[in-house]
Design a protein around this ligand. Structure first.
Ligand SMILES: C[S@@+](CC[C@H](N)C(=O)[O-])C[C@H]1O[C@@H](n2cnc3c(N)ncnc32)[C@H](O)[C@@H]1O
Length: 508
């Protein structure tokens, strides 16, 4: 019977995936967890209690709680009772879900464990808020505390005007994606010492959008495990989900762990698990107000962290700022021109960044090259000078996440310039930097160490201005020394890394 449980859920998963079109499933964030991943997630729970209460929010066909029931019934000692509360709002999967509950009941019966299973066809956000805030509910809130929560929540943006978003905002869970809302509400529903295991995109680990969620997660719980997949799309390969996923376990308590167990596998058969105990202070830096979570997987990553600590300067200390290009092309359409002409100035897109400098114009390119300089565009344009530009998005196959180039006033002759919105630019109060400073900064941004460090906290191909603001940089005199090495082009990668090692000792 035990083995049958995950086989049955795997069959149901294939049935649902076959019956409901991928686009319709994507619409409601329905990517069902493969049985091997469910089993791995359930194996992470450590909390042994006599009376287990499991929450599965967005339960789908129930593979996650089924894996838990199977794991708990095989434990020594077994729990005396297991209660499952499965919440799912898609009526198409309810018959499968009820079937899984029934199989769990039979397994528990065989194991001599009391089983209570409840399926609630409800919106989880309303359910959780109603219970957490004892809203219209006469019953004691303690009744909805869980010893375990297991989740593969829906990944879906929450419209800022939606009822869901208003409800979340008014109770202090303001977040822009359903997945963080689900995890947030679920860990709030844990008993003290209760555990949550979730598989979600790793985008919550950095960036401004998830800051409040991340802060509360790290304050209210203790982060114990993180599992990462070494190559993209492995966790939901059949569904080719774009976001990279991570699995994590947190325990509801205020104290911080000394170490976080970070494990990784190539794929989802979990046979080749690599594990490392990483000091918590390297996962979440003690002086980081944004609580970025760094996914350190091996000794090399730890070395990168250590080397980056050698760079001490924040952007303010360098008197530099970084901003996102002001020209949003669809808003400024009437002023944008394919080629330069009377009254226009250069408009720089990411395609103009080449070999560490801005190469402009690109008359044969797909992107426009110019923008009209007039009263309406005056606040979109900057005075000429030396600026350092980075691409905000890089292609998956590009070998670097951070791609930087110098806008050199001697190469692009103009009085004013426009930077398009897919670019971030470093500047001094809206004006350019000195030539050597700009070149040194571009060299540093293009170094391997910068890229490797960046990847430790950013799982996606987007490079936000906030991410760049958080980084530490060499001192002004060091940047000037680096800049002196840059001649006609930014050098090749190995030469850049050698210059850094020689000038700044960044290999030590
Ligand atoms: C990513 S799937 C995962 C399903 C299941 N937990 C698993 O691991 O296979 C998320 C599930 O959440 C459900 N869901 C989406 N929005 C929901 C909501 N507001 N309340 C409850 N369930 C929801 C979807 O129908 C889908 O079955």
């Amino acid at each position: 019977m035990m083995g049958n449980l995950l086989v049955a859920t795997e069959e149901a998963r294939k049935m649902v995936n076959g019956a409901i079109h991928r686009n319709d499933r994507a619409e409601i964030g329905q990517f069902l967890t493969p049985a091997t991943t469910a089993r791995f997630m359930a194996s992470l729970f450590e909390n042994s209690v006599e009376h287990v209460r499991i929450l599965d929010a967005g339960a789908g066909i129930g593979v996650l709680f089924a894996a838990c029931v199977q794991a708990f019934c095989s434990r020594k000692p077994k729990p005396k009772s297991i209660e499952v509360v499965a919440i799912e709002n898609d009526s198409n999967v309810l018959s499968h879900l009820n079937n899984t509950i029934q199989i769990c009941r039979e397994i528990c019966q065989q194991a001599g464990v009391i089983f209570v299973g409840t399926v609630k066809e409800e919106d989880f956000v309303s359910f959780a808020i109603k219970h957490l805030h004892n809203f219209h509910v006469a019953s004691n809130t303690e009744k909805i505390r869980f010893t375990h929560a297991i989740l593969n929540p829906p990944y879906k943006k929450i419209n800022s005007c939606s009822k869901t978003r208003k409800m979340l905002d008014s109770f202090g869970y303001g977040t822009s994606n359903l997945y963080t809302a689900f995890v947030w509400l679920a860990f709030k529903m844990l008993t003290p010492g209760g555990e949550l295991v979730a598989i979600t995109p790793r985008s919550f680990c950095n960036g401004p959008y998830f800051k409040n969620f991340r802060k509360d997660l790290l304050e209210s719980t203790s982060l114990q495990n993180i599992h990462v997949f070494e190559s993209r799309n492995k966790a939901f390969c059949e569904d080719s989900v774009l976001q990279e996923n991570v699995i994590y376990r947190v325990v509801r308590k205020a104290s911080k762990p000394e170490t976080v167990i970070i494990s990784s596998t190539e794929g989802i058969d979990y046979t080749d698990i690599k594990t490392m105990a990483v000091p918590y202070e390297n996962v979440v830096l003690p002086d980081d107000p944004d609580n970025f979570i760094h996914l350190i997987q091996n000794e090399k990553d730890l070395l990168v962290m250590r080397r980056m600590k050698r760079f001490a300067c924040k952007l303010e200390a360098l008197e530099l700022e970084v901003s996102t290009g002001r020209v949003v092309d669809f808003r400024a359409r009437e002023f944008i021109r394919q080629d330069s002409g009377t009254g226009t100035v250069p408009l720089i897109y990411p395609c103009h960044l080449k070999n560490g400098f801005v190469e402009w114009p690109k008359p044969e390119g797909k992107k426009p090259n110019a923008i009209l300089a007039c009263d309406e565009t005056a606040n979109l344009l900057l005075p000429t000078g030396y600026y350092v530009l980075t691409k905000r998005f890089t292609a998956k196959e590009e070998h670097r996440r951070v791609v930087a180039a110098v806008f050199d006033t001697y190469r692009v002759k103009t009085k004013l310039v426009g930077f398009e919105n897919h670019i971030n630019y470093f500047h001094i109060k809206g004006k350019g930097l000195s030539a050597d400073m700009a070149k040194g900064l571009a060299l540093f941004l293009n170094s391997s160490i910068f890229d490797e460090y960046f990847r430790l906290f950013s799982g996606h191909t987007q490079v936000n201005a906030t991410d760049l603001r958080k980084m530490r940089y060499p001192s002004p005199s060091e940047l000037l020394r680096l800049g002196a090495h840059v001649k006609a082009n930014i050098p090749e990668q190995d030469v850049i890394d050698d210059i850094l090692a020689k000038e700044l000792g960044s290999h030590e």
